[in-house]
Design a protein around this ligand. Structure first.
Ligand code: 5GP
Ligand code: ZN
Length: 140
């Protein structure tokens, strides 16, 4: 079975990775609606949240709790939207469970239109986020 996000988790397709733990992998969306738009996915393939395990569902939200502050700090955001498209009827394009973290700034309209940054821009954003996560790890 070929799955885009399984291939990304396995390292077979490149991505701008920001975080991983034993059950979750997080990387930047290639079509971000805002700088720092992150996808958080379970490492174990499941087509959607309900098809996966409860511990994997819990691990997704635990990862959001852990990494969202660093994402916000890295891109100067004041908050974020969380999103999950569950099923084709809901607009799910990639059939591997994923949670969108979309950073938002005060006074900036909440666009859900995809942008097309260069790989260099995505890499630079990912580096800023990883640096913030590393800072956090050093003080806790
Ligand atoms: P969905 O519509 O399924 O909720 O979201 C899928 C997301 O995956 C989209 O926001 C899209 O931009 C992103 N995406 C699609 N292909 C790739 C890819 O190859 N790499 C990365 N990093 N993101 C992708
Ligand atoms: Zn998969």
């Amino acid at each position: 079975m070929s799955c885009l996000f399984c291939s990304i988790v396995a390292g077979d397709i490149p991505c701008s990775k920001i975080y991983e733990d034993e059950s979750v992998f997080a990387f930047l969306d290639i079509g971000p609606v805002s700088e720092g738009h992150t996808l958080v996915v379970p490492k174990v393939h499941a087509e959607n949240l309900q098809a996966g395990s409860a511990p994997d569902a819990e691990a997704l939200m635990a990862a959001v709790y852990r990494i969202a502050p660093s994402i916000m700090k890295a891109v100067g955001a004041d908050g974020y939207n969380l999103g999950m498209n569950h099923g084709e009827c809901a607009g799910q394009d990639v059939m591997h469970t994923h949670l969108h973290i979309m950073p938002r700034k005060n006074g900036v309209s909440r666009s859900f239109t995809k942008t097309h940054p260069s790989m260099e821009e995505l890499t630079a954003t990912a580096e800023k986020i990883r640096a913030e996560l590393q800072n956090l790890a050093n003080v806790t």
